[in-house]
Write a protein that binds this ligand. Structure first.
Ligand code: NAD
Ligand code: ZN
Length: 351
Protein backbone atom coordinates (compact mmCIF):
# COMPACT_ATOMS: atom_id res chain seq x y z
CA UNK A 1 0.00 0.00 0.00
CA UNK A 2 0.97 3.66 -0.09
CA UNK A 3 1.44 5.79 3.04
CA UNK A 4 2.86 9.11 4.25
CA UNK A 5 6.15 8.13 5.87
CA UNK A 6 8.24 10.28 8.24
CA UNK A 7 11.86 10.39 7.12
CA UNK A 8 13.31 12.45 9.99
CA UNK A 9 13.03 16.20 10.63
CA UNK A 10 11.84 18.04 7.51
CA UNK A 11 11.41 14.83 5.50
CA UNK A 12 8.31 12.96 4.41
CA UNK A 13 7.26 10.90 1.40
CA UNK A 14 4.11 9.29 -0.02
CA UNK A 15 5.58 5.90 -0.70
CA UNK A 16 5.13 2.11 -0.86
CA UNK A 17 5.10 0.21 2.47
CA UNK A 18 3.91 -3.28 3.49
CA UNK A 19 0.18 -3.67 4.24
CA UNK A 20 -0.63 -3.79 7.98
CA UNK A 21 -1.59 -7.13 9.53
CA UNK A 22 -3.43 -8.12 12.73
CA UNK A 23 -1.06 -8.37 15.73
CA UNK A 24 -3.56 -9.23 18.39
CA UNK A 25 -7.11 -10.67 18.57
CA UNK A 26 -8.47 -7.26 19.64
CA UNK A 27 -7.10 -5.51 16.49
CA UNK A 28 -8.93 -4.51 13.32
CA UNK A 29 -7.60 -3.46 9.92
CA UNK A 30 -9.34 -0.41 8.48
CA UNK A 31 -9.20 0.80 4.88
CA UNK A 32 -8.76 4.55 5.26
CA UNK A 33 -11.37 6.38 3.16
CA UNK A 34 -10.69 9.88 4.49
CA UNK A 35 -7.95 11.38 6.63
CA UNK A 36 -6.60 14.81 7.52
CA UNK A 37 -3.50 16.57 8.82
CA UNK A 38 -3.14 17.97 12.35
CA UNK A 39 -0.90 20.77 13.63
CA UNK A 40 0.73 18.02 15.67
CA UNK A 41 1.92 16.34 12.44
CA UNK A 42 3.69 19.58 11.56
CA UNK A 43 5.30 19.60 15.04
CA UNK A 44 6.54 16.04 14.37
CA UNK A 45 7.97 17.05 10.98
CA UNK A 46 9.88 19.87 12.69
CA UNK A 47 11.45 17.25 14.93
CA UNK A 48 9.60 18.46 18.06
CA UNK A 49 8.37 14.96 18.99
CA UNK A 50 11.48 12.76 19.25
CA UNK A 51 9.45 9.66 20.17
CA UNK A 52 8.40 9.42 16.52
CA UNK A 53 10.83 7.05 14.80
CA UNK A 54 12.10 7.46 11.25
CA UNK A 55 9.93 5.26 8.99
CA UNK A 56 6.75 5.86 11.03
CA UNK A 57 3.50 6.38 9.07
CA UNK A 58 2.01 9.67 10.30
CA UNK A 59 -1.61 10.63 11.06
CA UNK A 60 -4.08 10.08 13.90
CA UNK A 61 -7.39 11.12 12.34
CA UNK A 62 -9.54 9.20 9.88
CA UNK A 63 -12.75 7.62 8.69
CA UNK A 64 -12.61 4.21 7.07
CA UNK A 65 -14.14 0.82 6.37
CA UNK A 66 -13.21 -2.29 8.33
CA UNK A 67 -11.57 -4.96 6.14
CA UNK A 68 -10.46 -7.46 8.82
CA UNK A 69 -11.19 -8.07 12.52
CA UNK A 70 -9.36 -10.13 15.14
CA UNK A 71 -11.15 -13.02 16.84
CA UNK A 72 -11.83 -11.02 20.03
CA UNK A 73 -13.49 -8.03 18.33
CA UNK A 74 -17.15 -8.36 19.21
CA UNK A 75 -18.95 -5.08 18.43
CA UNK A 76 -17.68 -4.49 14.88
CA UNK A 77 -17.56 -6.44 11.63
CA UNK A 78 -15.98 -6.29 8.17
CA UNK A 79 -17.68 -3.59 6.09
CA UNK A 80 -18.54 -1.29 9.02
CA UNK A 81 -17.84 2.40 8.36
CA UNK A 82 -16.01 3.86 11.38
CA UNK A 83 -14.37 6.91 12.88
CA UNK A 84 -10.81 6.14 13.98
CA UNK A 85 -10.32 7.88 17.33
CA UNK A 86 -6.96 9.59 17.78
CA UNK A 87 -6.81 7.83 21.18
CA UNK A 88 -6.69 4.03 21.45
CA UNK A 89 -8.23 2.63 24.61
CA UNK A 90 -8.33 -0.92 25.89
CA UNK A 91 -11.44 -0.02 27.88
CA UNK A 92 -10.60 -1.95 31.05
CA UNK A 93 -7.25 -0.84 32.53
CA UNK A 94 -7.33 1.37 35.65
CA UNK A 95 -7.16 4.61 33.66
CA UNK A 96 -9.71 3.56 31.02
CA UNK A 97 -12.11 2.54 33.82
CA UNK A 98 -11.95 6.14 35.01
CA UNK A 99 -12.52 7.56 31.52
CA UNK A 100 -8.87 8.64 31.29
CA UNK A 101 -8.39 7.00 27.89
CA UNK A 102 -5.50 9.36 27.13
CA UNK A 103 -3.48 7.30 29.63
CA UNK A 104 -4.69 3.85 28.59
CA UNK A 105 -2.23 1.32 30.03
CA UNK A 106 -2.93 -1.28 27.32
CA UNK A 107 0.40 -2.51 26.03
CA UNK A 108 0.38 -0.85 22.57
CA UNK A 109 3.48 1.28 22.34
CA UNK A 110 4.15 0.22 25.97
CA UNK A 111 3.93 3.84 26.95
CA UNK A 112 0.86 4.32 29.12
CA UNK A 113 -0.32 6.87 26.61
CA UNK A 114 -3.49 6.71 24.52
CA UNK A 115 -2.17 8.65 21.54
CA UNK A 116 -0.25 6.01 19.60
CA UNK A 117 -1.23 6.50 15.92
CA UNK A 118 1.40 8.33 13.92
CA UNK A 119 3.41 8.55 17.14
CA UNK A 120 4.32 5.14 18.57
CA UNK A 121 2.63 2.92 15.96
CA UNK A 122 1.81 3.48 12.29
CA UNK A 123 -0.94 6.02 11.68
CA UNK A 124 -3.87 6.87 9.47
CA UNK A 125 -2.24 8.76 6.59
CA UNK A 126 -2.17 5.50 4.64
CA UNK A 127 -4.41 3.29 2.54
CA UNK A 128 -4.83 0.88 5.47
CA UNK A 129 -4.21 1.10 9.23
CA UNK A 130 -4.08 -1.43 12.07
CA UNK A 131 -6.26 -0.30 14.97
CA UNK A 132 -5.53 -1.80 18.41
CA UNK A 133 -8.44 -2.41 20.83
CA UNK A 134 -10.83 -1.91 17.92
CA UNK A 135 -14.02 -2.27 19.98
CA UNK A 136 -13.19 0.87 21.99
CA UNK A 137 -11.00 2.81 19.58
CA UNK A 138 -13.42 2.85 16.63
CA UNK A 139 -16.89 4.39 16.48
CA UNK A 140 -19.50 3.19 13.98
CA UNK A 141 -20.61 5.98 11.70
CA UNK A 142 -24.30 6.43 10.83
CA UNK A 143 -24.97 6.56 7.07
CA UNK A 144 -26.12 10.17 7.11
CA UNK A 145 -22.89 11.44 8.69
CA UNK A 146 -20.38 12.28 5.94
CA UNK A 147 -16.66 11.49 5.95
CA UNK A 148 -15.94 15.25 6.23
CA UNK A 149 -18.03 15.38 9.40
CA UNK A 150 -16.75 12.11 10.83
CA UNK A 151 -13.06 12.95 10.48
CA UNK A 152 -13.50 16.04 12.70
CA UNK A 153 -14.55 13.68 15.50
CA UNK A 154 -11.24 11.80 15.53
CA UNK A 155 -9.45 14.59 17.40
CA UNK A 156 -10.46 18.23 16.82
CA UNK A 157 -13.98 18.31 18.25
CA UNK A 158 -13.28 16.13 21.31
CA UNK A 159 -10.09 18.10 22.04
CA UNK A 160 -11.75 21.53 21.95
CA UNK A 161 -14.70 20.28 23.97
CA UNK A 162 -12.97 18.11 26.59
CA UNK A 163 -9.72 19.97 27.25
CA UNK A 164 -11.12 23.45 26.51
CA UNK A 165 -14.79 23.57 27.51
CA UNK A 166 -15.12 20.74 30.05
CA UNK A 167 -11.76 21.19 31.78
CA UNK A 168 -12.44 24.96 31.69
CA UNK A 169 -15.67 24.28 33.64
CA UNK A 170 -17.79 26.49 31.36
CA UNK A 171 -21.20 27.06 32.95
CA UNK A 172 -24.39 28.89 32.00
CA UNK A 173 -23.93 32.64 31.61
CA UNK A 174 -20.13 32.54 31.38
CA UNK A 175 -17.99 34.83 29.28
CA UNK A 176 -15.47 32.55 27.56
CA UNK A 177 -12.36 33.71 25.71
CA UNK A 178 -10.66 31.36 23.25
CA UNK A 179 -7.10 32.33 22.36
CA UNK A 180 -6.20 30.81 18.98
CA UNK A 181 -8.93 30.25 16.40
CA UNK A 182 -7.35 27.33 14.56
CA UNK A 183 -9.34 24.12 14.16
CA UNK A 184 -8.98 23.25 17.86
CA UNK A 185 -9.94 26.73 19.08
CA UNK A 186 -12.88 26.74 16.67
CA UNK A 187 -13.97 23.38 18.09
CA UNK A 188 -13.95 24.93 21.58
CA UNK A 189 -15.93 27.90 20.26
CA UNK A 190 -18.43 25.58 18.56
CA UNK A 191 -18.99 23.54 21.74
CA UNK A 192 -18.83 26.21 24.48
CA UNK A 193 -22.51 26.89 23.90
CA UNK A 194 -23.33 23.33 24.99
CA UNK A 195 -22.68 24.40 28.59
CA UNK A 196 -24.44 27.72 28.22
CA UNK A 197 -21.66 30.24 27.53
CA UNK A 198 -23.33 33.63 27.16
CA UNK A 199 -20.49 35.30 25.25
CA UNK A 200 -17.60 33.75 23.40
CA UNK A 201 -14.66 36.00 22.51
CA UNK A 202 -12.30 34.69 19.83
CA UNK A 203 -8.75 36.07 19.98
CA UNK A 204 -6.27 35.52 17.14
CA UNK A 205 -3.65 37.34 15.06
CA UNK A 206 -5.30 36.22 11.83
CA UNK A 207 -8.39 38.23 10.81
CA UNK A 208 -9.55 35.50 8.44
CA UNK A 209 -9.68 33.02 11.30
CA UNK A 210 -11.55 35.53 13.46
CA UNK A 211 -14.12 35.83 10.69
CA UNK A 212 -14.48 32.04 10.64
CA UNK A 213 -14.83 32.06 14.43
CA UNK A 214 -18.09 33.98 14.06
CA UNK A 215 -19.44 31.16 11.84
CA UNK A 216 -18.81 28.75 14.71
CA UNK A 217 -20.50 30.84 17.40
CA UNK A 218 -18.05 33.53 18.56
CA UNK A 219 -20.02 36.60 19.64
CA UNK A 220 -16.98 38.91 19.65
CA UNK A 221 -13.51 38.93 18.14
CA UNK A 222 -10.27 40.62 19.19
CA UNK A 223 -7.11 40.89 17.08
CA UNK A 224 -4.34 39.96 19.50
CA UNK A 225 -1.77 42.00 17.58
CA UNK A 226 -3.53 45.19 18.70
CA UNK A 227 -1.75 47.14 21.45
CA UNK A 228 -5.02 47.41 23.42
CA UNK A 229 -6.13 43.78 22.90
CA UNK A 230 -6.44 43.24 26.65
CA UNK A 231 -8.55 46.37 27.22
CA UNK A 232 -10.77 45.23 24.33
CA UNK A 233 -11.32 41.87 26.02
CA UNK A 234 -11.97 43.37 29.47
CA UNK A 235 -14.47 45.81 27.92
CA UNK A 236 -16.48 42.79 26.80
CA UNK A 237 -16.78 41.64 30.44
CA UNK A 238 -17.93 43.49 33.55
CA UNK A 239 -14.36 44.76 33.72
CA UNK A 240 -13.08 41.99 35.99
CA UNK A 241 -12.13 39.52 33.27
CA UNK A 242 -13.51 36.43 31.57
CA UNK A 243 -14.87 33.45 33.47
CA UNK A 244 -12.95 30.98 31.32
CA UNK A 245 -9.83 31.55 29.20
CA UNK A 246 -9.05 28.71 26.80
CA UNK A 247 -5.51 28.62 25.37
CA UNK A 248 -5.48 26.87 21.96
CA UNK A 249 -2.14 27.91 20.45
CA UNK A 250 0.69 26.28 22.43
CA UNK A 251 3.24 29.07 22.90
CA UNK A 252 4.35 30.84 26.12
CA UNK A 253 2.90 34.22 25.03
CA UNK A 254 -0.63 32.92 24.66
CA UNK A 255 -0.62 31.08 27.99
CA UNK A 256 0.45 34.34 29.64
CA UNK A 257 -2.35 36.14 27.77
CA UNK A 258 -4.86 33.73 29.34
CA UNK A 259 -3.56 34.58 32.83
CA UNK A 260 -3.98 38.30 32.09
CA UNK A 261 -7.66 38.19 31.13
CA UNK A 262 -9.13 35.67 33.58
CA UNK A 263 -11.24 37.00 36.47
CA UNK A 264 -10.65 36.07 40.14
CA UNK A 265 -12.24 32.68 40.67
CA UNK A 266 -12.03 31.92 36.94
CA UNK A 267 -10.58 29.05 34.95
CA UNK A 268 -7.67 28.76 32.52
CA UNK A 269 -7.86 25.70 30.29
CA UNK A 270 -4.63 25.07 28.40
CA UNK A 271 -5.22 23.01 25.25
CA UNK A 272 -2.08 23.91 23.28
CA UNK A 273 0.83 21.50 23.00
CA UNK A 274 3.88 23.32 24.36
CA UNK A 275 7.44 22.72 23.22
CA UNK A 276 8.99 25.41 25.44
CA UNK A 277 8.91 26.12 29.19
CA UNK A 278 6.24 28.66 30.15
CA UNK A 279 6.47 31.25 32.94
CA UNK A 280 3.79 30.84 35.57
CA UNK A 281 3.50 33.93 37.77
CA UNK A 282 2.26 32.26 40.92
CA UNK A 283 3.38 35.31 42.88
CA UNK A 284 0.49 37.20 41.21
CA UNK A 285 -1.91 34.39 40.51
CA UNK A 286 -2.07 32.60 43.87
CA UNK A 287 -4.29 35.27 45.37
CA UNK A 288 -6.72 35.20 42.42
CA UNK A 289 -8.29 31.78 43.20
CA UNK A 290 -7.73 30.61 39.66
CA UNK A 291 -8.06 27.04 38.45
CA UNK A 292 -5.56 25.97 35.76
CA UNK A 293 -6.11 22.79 33.77
CA UNK A 294 -4.35 21.01 30.92
CA UNK A 295 -4.25 17.64 29.27
CA UNK A 296 -4.24 15.24 26.38
CA UNK A 297 -7.68 14.62 24.87
CA UNK A 298 -9.42 11.49 26.19
CA UNK A 299 -11.90 11.20 23.32
CA UNK A 300 -14.41 9.95 25.87
CA UNK A 301 -17.05 12.34 24.48
CA UNK A 302 -16.78 11.23 20.84
CA UNK A 303 -20.04 9.24 20.87
CA UNK A 304 -21.96 12.19 22.39
CA UNK A 305 -20.45 14.67 19.91
CA UNK A 306 -21.28 12.29 17.04
CA UNK A 307 -24.96 12.46 18.06
CA UNK A 308 -24.83 16.27 17.91
CA UNK A 309 -23.19 16.17 14.48
CA UNK A 310 -25.78 13.64 13.24
CA UNK A 311 -28.63 15.87 14.48
CA UNK A 312 -26.97 18.91 12.84
CA UNK A 313 -26.49 20.72 16.15
CA UNK A 314 -22.75 20.88 15.37
CA UNK A 315 -21.64 21.80 11.86
CA UNK A 316 -18.42 19.79 11.82
CA UNK A 317 -18.23 19.84 8.01
CA UNK A 318 -17.57 23.60 8.07
CA UNK A 319 -14.06 22.86 9.36
CA UNK A 320 -13.20 21.14 6.04
CA UNK A 321 -11.91 23.89 3.74
CA UNK A 322 -9.74 22.04 1.20
CA UNK A 323 -10.09 18.61 -0.45
CA UNK A 324 -7.39 16.40 -1.95
CA UNK A 325 -6.96 12.78 -3.05
CA UNK A 326 -4.30 10.42 -1.70
CA UNK A 327 -2.02 10.99 -4.71
CA UNK A 328 -1.99 14.71 -3.81
CA UNK A 329 -0.84 14.12 -0.22
CA UNK A 330 2.25 16.31 -0.43
CA UNK A 331 0.17 19.14 -1.92
CA UNK A 332 -2.27 18.78 0.99
CA UNK A 333 0.64 19.15 3.46
CA UNK A 334 1.85 22.22 1.59
CA UNK A 335 -1.59 23.87 1.68
CA UNK A 336 -2.07 23.08 5.39
CA UNK A 337 1.40 24.30 6.37
CA UNK A 338 0.69 27.69 4.73
CA UNK A 339 -2.71 28.18 6.41
CA UNK A 340 -2.38 31.95 6.80
CA UNK A 341 -2.04 32.32 3.00
CA UNK A 342 -4.31 29.47 1.88
CA UNK A 343 -7.00 30.12 4.55
CA UNK A 344 -7.00 26.38 5.30
CA UNK A 345 -8.66 25.05 8.44
CA UNK A 346 -8.70 21.28 7.92
CA UNK A 347 -7.51 19.74 4.66
CA UNK A 348 -9.43 16.56 3.88
CA UNK A 349 -7.70 13.82 1.91
CA UNK A 350 -9.73 10.98 0.42
CA UNK A 351 -8.81 7.73 -1.36
P1 NAD B 1 -3.29 25.98 14.53
O1 NAD B 1 -1.83 26.23 14.43
O2 NAD B 1 -4.06 25.69 13.27
O3 NAD B 1 -4.00 27.24 15.22
C1 NAD B 1 -3.40 28.08 16.11
C2 NAD B 1 -4.01 29.47 15.97
O4 NAD B 1 -3.35 30.32 16.91
C3 NAD B 1 -3.82 30.10 14.59
O5 NAD B 1 -5.06 30.56 14.09
C4 NAD B 1 -2.86 31.26 14.86
O6 NAD B 1 -3.10 32.39 14.02
C5 NAD B 1 -3.16 31.57 16.31
N1 NAD B 1 -2.08 32.28 17.01
C6 NAD B 1 -0.74 32.14 16.90
N2 NAD B 1 -0.10 33.01 17.70
C7 NAD B 1 -1.07 33.72 18.34
C8 NAD B 1 -1.06 34.78 19.28
N3 NAD B 1 0.10 35.31 19.74
N4 NAD B 1 -2.24 35.28 19.73
C9 NAD B 1 -3.41 34.75 19.28
N5 NAD B 1 -3.48 33.75 18.37
C10 NAD B 1 -2.32 33.26 17.91
O7 NAD B 1 -3.45 24.81 15.58
P2 NAD B 1 -4.70 23.85 15.94
O8 NAD B 1 -4.68 22.65 15.04
O9 NAD B 1 -5.95 24.63 16.06
O10 NAD B 1 -4.22 23.36 17.39
C11 NAD B 1 -4.09 24.28 18.45
C12 NAD B 1 -3.20 23.69 19.53
O11 NAD B 1 -3.84 22.56 20.11
C13 NAD B 1 -1.84 23.20 19.02
O12 NAD B 1 -0.85 23.51 19.97
C14 NAD B 1 -2.06 21.69 18.94
O13 NAD B 1 -0.84 20.97 18.99
C15 NAD B 1 -2.91 21.49 20.18
N6 NAD B 1 -3.63 20.21 20.30
C16 NAD B 1 -3.77 19.73 21.57
C17 NAD B 1 -4.40 18.53 21.79
C18 NAD B 1 -4.56 18.00 23.18
O14 NAD B 1 -4.92 16.84 23.34
N7 NAD B 1 -4.32 18.80 24.20
C19 NAD B 1 -4.94 17.80 20.71
C20 NAD B 1 -4.82 18.34 19.42
C21 NAD B 1 -4.15 19.55 19.24
ZN1 ZN C 1 -4.32 15.92 16.63
Amino acid sequence: MKALVYGGPGQKSWTDVPDPTLHSPTDAIVRVDTTTICGTDLHILKGDVPAVAVGRILGHEGVGTITEVGSAVSNLKVGDRVIISCIKSCGHCGNCSNGLYSHCLGDEGASGIGWVFGHLIDGTQAEFVRVPYADNSLHKLPEDVSDDQGVMLSDILPTGFEIGVQYGRVKPGDVVAVIGAGPVGLAAIATAGLYGAANIIAIDLDENRLERARDFGATDTVVSGAADWKEQVLALTDGAGVDVAIEAVGIPATFTMATEIVRPGGNIANVGVHGQPVDLHLENLWIQNINISMGLVNANTTKMLLKLVASKKLQAEKLATHHFTFDQFLEAYDTFSRAAETKALKVVITR
